[in-house]
Design a protein around this ligand. Structure first.
Ligand code: ASP
Ligand code: MG
Length: 424
């Protein structure tokens, strides 16, 4: 088995879908079976988030307008791909859009659980994109089996951040593959389902993670993530000039980069692959024959290239014990338990005798966490910050990157420098 993952940007229009067909055609010439994991098309997930939000705000007109835009966007792609008709596909897509409309109508006057509603609505983006891709493959002679991930990937009911049950999912998947043998499977990224049949999502940008989970569950030979860049670069080309491609990375470095905020792969992706020694290829979908980046256990450490990673929307929280006591083991435990319970994502930690500073991603859960921490600690915080990580650091690079920004916190080791920065 091999796993290919196509993100929203690679299937954002008819041209992207045709390109996917070409890439799958190349793979189909080999003897491996293939699972094609697809995200929602283009910015559909953002649009569906707006639908869910409008429902929560009882704003039916906005919800329906957004839904109509989503419909038009997909039908534009569908009609370009299949100018001579697409009855079966149309039926399927209509059903899914209707499902969203029903969710709008059923919930618009109520106060449903926001996270639950979000997952029921937002997950439809992937259900639609995979229907389109599966149909397009079929129509091009690439016969395939559609996998409904909410029925395969069993998760808990922690909506918006659901956690997969690997053991149960493995059983379900192997039953499915045995029952419906095929050379090509098409599966949704990002979504799973609870034991009660409700859909869940794994956290934004979670399709990479799905690809890794499916590879782990099937003991795949490899995972390839098809991107709109050449592979993993040493910096984000939108932010830094003269970037270079990193041809190889080991799992350890890949996880560090992803965690520091390199947007190339979802941070959760590496573990399921590392655990089974499955290599990950990151390749440009515009030129499928190029090598891109290989991530595996044997790649040597990057040498001689500085890797620059910006993580945006950071909040630096500093806690000081109210009674001037030391922030020691027991209170650390307490602090991180609170942070974990409020789903905050920690990007950096620094402590002194009586304070601890924690840098976290900006989040809708932040206020809840701070309120609770304020019971025991004097809490100060700054938001709208950036976390800069430089691996393979030197003074010149630091100067260039930091520029005239104010450094609120710094942390350096021999190889790596990290700064929490504030724009002046
Ligand atoms: N469609 C989801 C998102 O935009 C998952 C993904 O793209 O990986 O967050
Ligand atoms: Mg996406």
């Amino acid at each position: 088995m091999r796993v290919y993952k196509f993100g929203g940007a690679s299937v954002k229009n008819a041209r992207g879908v045709r390109n996917l067909l070409e890439i799958v055609k190349l793979a189909a010439a080999d003897s491996d079976k293939l699972i094609v994991v697809v995200s929602a098309m283009g910015k559909t997930t953002n649009a569906l988030e707006r639908v869910a939000e409008a429902v929560m705000n009882h704003n039916k007109k906005t919800a329906v307008d957004e839904l109509n835009e989503i419909r038009d966007y997909h039908y534009q792609i569908i009609s370009e791909l299949f100018p001579c008709g697409h009855v079966f596909l149309q039926q399927k897509v209509e059903q899914l859009l209707q499902e969203i409309l029903n969710l709008i109508n059923e919930n618009i006057d109520k106060q449903p659980d926001a996270d639950f509603l979000y997952d029921q609505i937002v997950s439809v983006g992937e259900l639609i994109s995979t229907r389109i891709v599966s149909y397009a493959l079929d129509r091009n002679g690439l016969t395939n089996t559609y996998v409904c991930m909410p029925q395969i990937l069993l998760t808990d009911d922690n909506y918006r951040e659901a956690i997969p049950d690997m053991q149960q999912s493995k059983q379900r998947l192997s039953d499915f593959l045995a029952r419906l043998p095929a050379d090509i499977y098409v599966a949704q990224g990002f979504i799973g389902g609870t034991i009660n049949g409700y859909r869940t999502t794994l956290g934004r940008e979670g399709s990479d993670y799905t690809a890794a989970l499916l590879a782990n569950l099937t003991d795949a030979n490899s995972v390839t993530i098809w991107k709109d860049v050449d592979g993993v670069l040493n910096a984000d080309p939108r932010l830094v000039k003269n970037t270079v491609l990193l041809p190889q990375l080991n799992y350890y470095e890949a996880v560090e980069l992803a965690y520091s905020g390199a947007q190339i792969i979802h941070p959760k992706t590496i573990r399921p692959l590392e655990n089974k020694g499955i290599p990950l290829f990151v390749k440009p979908f515009e030129s499928p024959l190029s090598n891109g980046t290989t991530i595996n256990s044997t790649a040597k450490q990057i040498d001689g290239i500085s890797v620059i990673i910006w993580r945006q929307n950071q909040v630096l929280i500093t806690l000081r014990a109210k009674d001037f006591s030391f922030v020691l083991e027991d209170s650390l435990n307490d602090i991180f338990e609170t942070i974990y319970r409020h789903h905050l994502k920690v990007s950096l930690i620094q402590s002194s005798a009586i304070t601890i500073s924690v840098c976290v991603d900006q989040s809708r859960h932040l206020n809840g966490a701070i309120n609770e921490l304020e019971n025991k600690y004097k809490v100060t915080y700054n938001d709208s910050l950036q976390l800069l990580t430089i691996r393979g650091t030197n003074d010149k690079i630091i100067k260039e990157c930091v520029g005239d920004k104010q450094i609120l916190l710094s942390q350096t080791t021999r190889r790596t420098a990290r700064f929490v920065l504030k724009n002046k």
